[in-house]
Design a protein around this ligand. Structure first.
Ligand SMILES: [Zn+2]
Length: 339
């Protein structure tokens, strides 16, 4: 020991024993955007022994306002977020192991990603991936910590399968495509990221050192701009819950894959939501106007965005021209349509 953790071990709830537990712990952080990067930094500095980070995106300049691990060089060179995070974190703490995986998290890989982990932290930006994560964690009895932030608002909840309600006990079905705000269309300020990540990582430390009696056992909802802090105490899991009650892990089944993505022609991908919906195209066009040149008629909205041309139809399908990479297309869908 070189004194690195001395202030943390002085905190009696952690102590030397807790520090040993942290160093022998392994976690998964799903998504390395604003929340995921903040989780990774806190847990790496705290000495969590093995941190696996999975993310499908590249660093962009619009990330730098809130994504604390990344630099201008990362954005200029379009480094994958997982790799950029690993490189930065190893400068901060070379005594731990960091595994960076550049991948789209989906039904085919989620179970392998969670199976050998002590704990999973949500750093994703969409409900599809969270429902998938919830299925995998309940199936494999893994504790995971849900967290989301957009605008000045955030929410978090810690899920211990069979002991506390799971995500689907609270949110029974996916929201309709296009019905939820996203950071790319509604914006986000950095302080809400710090607050939600602080709550998620504090819960993580409690779990990893075995102090589960101190967990908040609530759905926490915070708006740092409106000065609104709400704590909704959680009861028992819902016996009728599809996921933790009936063990129906529908998001893990290939035929229910969250999106169908097909290559359509050269250099274009079509993304379709699992359930079709009736998008308010006028509202969508207004939201997207801040991002680029938008054209709209009664059937579709078309947006020029970076090197892509995106066409969104009323049934929430999107055709992305300018890529033949499915994970790039899914990422754009999650950011701009939201789900
Ligand atoms: Zn449940």
């Amino acid at each position: 020991m070189n004194g690195r953790y001395s202030r943390q071990t002085l905190f009696p709830e952690i102590g030397q024993d807790g520090q040993k537990k942290l160093s022998s712990s392994n976690v998964l952080i799903v998504g390395c955007g604003a929340l995921g990067a903040a989780h990774a930094e806190t847990l790496a500095r705290a000495g969590v022994g093995n941190i696996r980070i999975v993310d499908r995106d590249f660093v962009e300049f619009s990330n730098l306002q809130r994504q604390s691990l990344f630099s201008e060089t990362d954005a200029i060179e379009r480094h994958p977020k997982a790799i950029a995070a690993k490189n930065r974190l190893l400068e901060v703490n070379s005594e731990i192991e960091i595994e960076a995986i550049v991948a789209d998290v989906n039904y085919s890989n989620i179970e392998d990603l969670v199976d050998d982990r002590d704990l999973i932290l949500d750093g994703t930006d969409n409900f599809q991936t969270r429902f998938l994560l919830n299925d995998a964690c309940v199936k494999h009895s893994k504790t995971w910590i849900y967290g989301a932030a957009v605008s000045s608002y955030g929410v978090t909840m810690t899920i211990i399968p069979q002991i506390s309600p799971c995500l689907r006990c609270i949110f029974e079905e996916l929201p309709d495509a296009g019905s939820s705000p996203t950071c790319d269309t509604s914006g986000v300020i950095q302080p809400i990221i710090s607050v939600i990540s602080a709550m998620q990582t504090t819960e993580a430390l409690k779990i990893l050192v075995g102090k589960t009696e101190s967990l908040h056992q609530s759905l926490m909802q915070i708006d740092v701009w409106q000065n609104d802090w709400r704590r909704i105490k959680l009861g028992a899991p819902n016996a009728d819950c599809k996921t933790c009650g009936h063990k129906n892990f529908e998001f893990l089944e290939a035929e229910n894959a969250e999106f169908s993505a097909v290559l359509c022609g050269r250099d274009a991908v079509q993304i379709s939501p699992q359930a079709s919906t009736n998008l308010d195209l006028e509202a969508l066009a207004r939201k997207l106007q801040t991002l680029g040149d938008v054209k709209q008629n009664e059937y579709l909205v078309r947006l020029k965005y970076d090197q892509f041309e995106l066409t969104v139809f009323r049934d929430a399908r999107m055709i992305i021209r300018g890529t033949d990479d499915v994970s790039t297309a899914r990422s754009l869908y999650a950011k701009l349509i939201g789900n």
